[in-house]
Design a protein around this ligand. Structure first.
Ligand code: BDR
Ligand code: CA
Length: 312
């Protein structure tokens, strides 16, 4: 199987980190071309620093690119509940060895255009950078293999009654992106598939074993799991990780294909993703709704075990 050229647009975020590590642990499958950051779980300065900490810690020292510092129209609304004040609490990182440049959208445009192989973009935060990319440089669209987005919900939400955090974070950007579904393939991993792939909390005990990576993962996920424990849940979704799991083996997922409309306003509906289930047309998005959760988790923990051994 040829290696897939991939780009991470992210707002780390514990689950963003998990997604990136899952790709790094599978170098035979993914050629990671670059990383851009966006304001989401925390302000841009924090998400960029968190990405730098993560990549430096695992000795993947590459240039990283900061993208949009605020959503297109609404104000930034970082949430410290799940990810802490830094946006990725739970482990004390020391090094920031990756050079940072300030133009994530230009870097992503170049990554699209500078190679004949089309690019897969994992979009793990609010869609501000992706909307700016396709609006500013529409010529990139034909160079995108697919955009695999974590966001939205078929029913309900986790931020408002009817909306999920990433699409709530920049609803106008989300609308632009889903309106482009007739020009580039979009795969959406909404809350439902993340719940289907949720991780039993006792599986995180694996990170209590020896090793440099385990030490970091134990710190990060002990913090992350507190959110579930406080709510008497015995498992937690590692939301963003599902996008990379999907790219590793789509046959482990179930989906439906329909257009998506985004409600940009409303006390209960800002960022709501309306899956138009009675419609099927050129704007269809591949909406994942179920997966083989056992496979997802076995794949994630096996991959972390391998990466931990590689980093010894
Ligand atoms: C999404 O919001 C963020 O908190 C996570 O990183 C994930 O991208 C889940 O709703
Ligand atoms: Ca995220």
């Amino acid at each position: 199987m040829p290696r897939e050229r991939v780009w991470f647009d992210c707002d780390p975020g514990h689950d963003d980190a998990a997604a990136i590590l899952l790709a790094l642990a599978n170098p035979d499958r993914f050629d990671i071309v670059g990383f851009s950051t966006v304001c989401g779980n925390a302000l841009l300065v924090n998400t960029t620093r968190n990405l730098n900490h993560l990549l430096s810690y695992v000795d993947h020292v590459v240039a990283i690119h900061a993208g949009a510092s605020h959503p297109l129209i609404v104000s930034a609304d970082p949430q410290s509940g799940a990810h802490g004040i830094s946006g990725m609490d739970g482990f004390h990182f020391e090094n920031e060895s990756c050079p940072v440049d300030g133009d994530g959208i230009v870097a992503l445009k170049d990554a699209c255009l500078n190679n004949e192989e089309p690019l897969t973009i994992f979009a793990l935060g609010p869609l501000t950078n992706i909307a700016l990319l396709i609006r500013t440089y529409p010529q990139v669209i034909s160079h995108i293999k697919q955009v695999v987005i974590m966001g939205g919900a078929i029913y309900g939400g986790n931020m408002l009654a009817c909306s999920e955090f990433n699409l709530y974070g920049d609803p106008h950007a989300a609308k632009i992106v889903f309106d482009t579904a007739d020009q580039m393939p979009i795969v959406l991993a909404p809350l439902e598939v993340c719940k289907a792939g949720a991780t039993p909390l006792n599986r995180f005990d694996a990170f209590k074993s020896e090793g440099k990576l385990n030490q970091m993962l134990d710190g990060l996920f002990t913090f992350y799991c507190r959110y579930a424990i406080d709510r008497h849940m015995d498992r937690t979704p590692i939301f963003d990780m599902l996008t990379v799991a999907y790219a590793l083996d789509p046959s482990r997922f179930k989906w439906m294909e329909h257009p998506i409309d985004i409600i940009t306003e409303g006390e209960h509906t800002r960022g709501m993703s309306v899956v138009l289930q009675q419609v099927s047309n050129a704007k269809n998005v591949r909406v994942l709704h179920d997966c083989d959760g056992q496979w997802v988790n076995d794949t994630f923990f096996d991959s972390m075990h391998r990466l931990n051994a590689m980093l010894h």
